[in-house]
Write a protein that binds this ligand. Structure first.
Ligand code: F6R
Length: 263
């Protein structure tokens, strides 16, 4: 896994947004995999700003969100469809029929999850997948012990995830205990993966993901099996990495090769 040690959260967001915009410039019909949560908010702000100043068009882009809570209606303030409209889609020219979420309402979920996977395949697969990471190592809602080959399906949320999400719910509100998420196999099929982690609460998770063993007990470690993943970490999130000096040196040398046009 490539590690980029960023000055701060803003640099991480700027690098990720720039990479998405560069990919979009190369391929106007880019297929994006998207996450929600606090981590990608600034990236989404930057994409909206690029659209507002006319520097990018998303008219041909297709998006596939990673996950959605089971049975939260689309207009519920905690639903991920609501989050994405508010933080990204309302400020872009993306076409509503190009926006996809895993099926999280109604019946026949197993078949509709398979149809969601089929839709991803039918558009040629995900070019760029944007991820955050949970403190327990989840990516999407692939909680610890998720199969490393899993596909889109219903998952039970882990207690740690429920604790982390409790801040978004009022005392009388019922928090969903189930979600529908792309699987780890679905994520690993993306051509390129960008993962951001910000803040001291993510330091243990970042260490296990980058330098720990590959194990379903820590789902994000599965990204070590992907050939093209870059992690963008602020100093707090990177603080427990043992090989920080090596990652910093690698970045400098790689940028030199890039500038020389050799990569
Ligand atoms: C949500 C998702 C989750 C989050 C993770 C981190 O779509 O994929 O795996 O990325 O829970 O959430 P934040 O960014 O709120 O710390």
């Amino acid at each position: 896994m490539k590690v980029v040690l960023c000055r701060d959260a803003h640099e991480a967001a700027a690098l990720v947004a720039d990479e998405i915009l560069a990919a979009l410039a190369r391929k106007p019909d880019l297929v994006l995999g998207l996450c929600t949560g606090s981590t990608p908010v600034e990236v989404y702000e930057r994409l909206r700003a690029a659209r507002a100043r006319g520097a990018a068009s998303f008219a041909r882009v297709r998006t596939f969100n990673l996950d959605e809570y089971l049975d939260l209606p689309a207009d519920h303030p905690q639903s991920y469809r609501h989050f994405m409209r508010r933080h990204l889609f309302d400020g872009l020219d993306v076409r509503p029929e190009h926006v996809h979420f895993p099926p999280a309402e109604g019946d026949d979920l197993t078949r509709r999850c398979a149809a969601f996977e089929e839709t991803i395949r039918a558009v040629g697969g995900i070019d760029l997948m944007l991820l955050g990471i949970g403190r327990n190592g989840h990516i999407g809602f692939n909680e610890p012990t998720s199969s490393l080959a899993s596909r889109t399906r219903v998952k039970t949320l882990a207690d740690r995830t429920l604790e982390d999400n409790a801040r978004f719910y009022g005392p009388d509100e019922v928090m969903p205990r189930l979600a529908v998420t792309m699987g780890i196999g679905t994520i690993l099929d993306a051509r390129r993966v960008l993962l951001q982690a910000i803040g001291p609460k993510k330091a243990e998770a970042v260490r296990s993901m980058v330098e720990g063993p590959v194990s379903s007990v820590f789902p994000a470690s599965a990204l070590q099996l992907h050939a093209d993943v870059t992690g963008y970490f602020d100093p707090d999130a990177a603080s427990l990495l043992a090989e920080r000096a090596y990652y910093a040196k690698t970045r400098v040398l790689e940028l030199e090769l890039q500038r020389a046009g050799r990569l």
